[in-house]
Design a protein around this ligand. Structure first.
Ligand SMILES: Cc1ncc(COP(=O)(O)O)c(C=O)c1O
Length: 477
């Protein structure tokens, strides 16, 4: 049925359902799936009732029900609208089968890899943008070097050597649209050079692994323990992709012995290490662990991103390449998209050069350290006995569920409490060989939602599965 009322075309799939239940389900579905955006005004009950040929009371009851559940809001004078649930999110589909219908929107975001985007330093970024654009020569508006703007490569080389111990000259840097593109370009070049296999950590980010396999490279999985990836088992691979500062998602840093072993492996075999330094600056209990790249600059491809420190929507990342790879990667970048957008690059260059980036990182470190502490405290209180690991750095931690617990059910119970969180299995490259666990992102929720999110998660994962069937869905209000 399509009803056109109050300037609002509403497609509602009512086929074959009882009118009241059908209208309620159809409207809820339209809001949950995002088809009806936040703020959309719904037709007045009288108008919708006339369009559908049902009693006005029926429509009013349905609206009241959905207002009660938090999907709609009603304000005197402005009618009924689709509610703005700040953190309403589609739940990402776990790769190992999801207990949730796709497109479900949840209020409390505890997903790893997400950030509270309201914390983006808008004023500082705008000031940097204004300054950078005013200072840029007209030629900066044209096509440029596929490696990226010189201003940004100079700023990055200085920052990365100062803050991360990377041995970098601006000439070795290629700016790309996020680490994902950087990794895809590197994989393509390595594949063209005859590389067949890349070692990857047994639990890794699926998007990054896909960037590797999309160029035709095969994977060799490296197990991960408390010292990080077992780099010694990569001998059959020509390269390995590691997250040395903070293994994603399990959390350990690559130990000094493993770092040395990886550097020796690269020197002896000519193998390459791809270092994904996605959250290297964010270490809480001691100074950040420097980049592995410094141990073997000729053998390490260093990959960095603005997605964690600033915002993923910027799509800004960078590669620091061993000198002999620079030309081929720049060529691949030129084939892909000529170069990354100049304005964002100039702005980031100014943002770093002015010291705003350092200040932002320092501020964020305090915020996320406090969030990490709140997570630990909330689990001690609401879910005692559930160990939390991987907490020394970054924006996420791992909660190990009791043996025999079903990870999908725990994720489902969290979802029933309106909390978006993922099971560790989502990140398993081959098979999920560990016990059940949740990967909890603590950077995504807004300040006011975070504590509630933790309390709800703690309750959800300690409530018995048998009881969860009868748990009422809690409204997002
Ligand atoms: C391990 C890891 N590396 C890198 C990234 C960032 O990717 P990109 O720079 O393409 O946004 C993420 C994002 O979630 C990640 O989890």
């Amino acid at each position: 049925v399509v009803v056109a009322a109050s300037g609002c075309d509403l497609h509602l799939d009512l086929a074959g359902r009882r009118v009241r239940a059908g209208l309620e389900a159809a409207l809820r579905e339209a809001v949950q799936s995002g088809r009806l955006a936040a703020g959309t005004r719904l037709p007045a009950t009288r108008v919708l009732a006339a369009d559908l040929g049902v009693g006005r009371g029926t429509v009013a009851e349905v609206y009241a029900q959905l207002i009660g559940e938090g999907w709609l809001t009603s304000r005197q004078g402005s009618g009924t609208q689709v509610a703005t649930t700040e953190a309403a999110l589609p739940v990402p589909g776990p790769r190992h089968g999801s207990p949730l219908p796709d497109g479900r929107r949840l209020r409390y975001n505890l997903l790893a890899g997400h950030r509270d985007l309201s914390a983006f330093p808008r004023a500082g970024w705008l000031a940097a943008a204004r300054k950078a654009l005013a200072a840029a020569p007209s030629q900066a508006l044209g096509y440029g070097d596929p490696r990226g703007r010189g201003e940004l490569r100079v700023a990055l080389a200085a920052y990365l050597s100062r803050a991360r111990g990377v041995r970098a000259s601006p000439d070795q840097i290629v700016v790309c649209t996020g680490s994902t593109q950087g990794l895809a370009l590197v994989s393509q070049v390595l594949r063209d050079r005859g590389l067949a296999t890349v070692g990857v950590e047994e639990y890794s980010h699926p998007v990054l692994v896909r960037a590797v396999t999309s160029s035709g490279l095969s994977l060799l999985t490296l197990s991960v323990d408390e010292s990080g990836a077992a780099v010694g088992s990569a001998s059959d691979a020509g390269a390995m992709l590691l997250t040395p500062a903070h293994q994603f998602p399990l959390g350990p840093a690559l130990s000094p012995a493993r770092r040395a072993e990886a550097a020796r492996w690269a020197a002896h075999t000519g193998g390459l290490i791809i270092e994904d330094d996605y959250d290297g600056e964010f270490r809480y209990d001691r100074r950040p662990v420097g980049a592995l790249q410094a141990l073997a600059p000729e053998h390490v491809i260093y990959v960095g991103t603005a997605s964690k420190a600033l915002a993923p929507g910027l799509r800004l990342g960078w590669l620091v390449l061993p000198e002999p790879m620079v030309e081929a990667v720049a060529e691949a970048k030129a084939c892909a998209d000529l170069h990354t957008g100049s304005f964002e690059q100039l702005t980031l260059a100014e943002f770093i050069r002015s010291g705003a980036y350092d200040r932002h990182i320092r501020r964020s470190r305090l915020v996320y350290r406090a969030r990490r502490d709140q997570l630990v405290a909330a689990f001690a209180r609401h879910a005692p006995g559930i160990p939390i690991t991987g907490i020394a750095a970054g924006f996420h931690a791992v909660a190990t569920l009791p043996p025999g617990e079903d990870e999908h059910e725990a994720v489902g119970r969290a979802a029933a409490s309106d909390v978006a969180v993922e099971g560790l299995g989502t990140y398993a490259i081959d098979h999920h060989s560990r016990g059940p666990a949740l990967v909890i992102g603590y950077a995504a929720a807004t300040d006011h939602a975070y504590i509630t999110a933790l309390a709800r998660l703690g309750e959800a994962i300690t409530s018995r599965p048998a009881g969860s069937a009868s748990r009422a869905r809690t409204a997002p209000n």
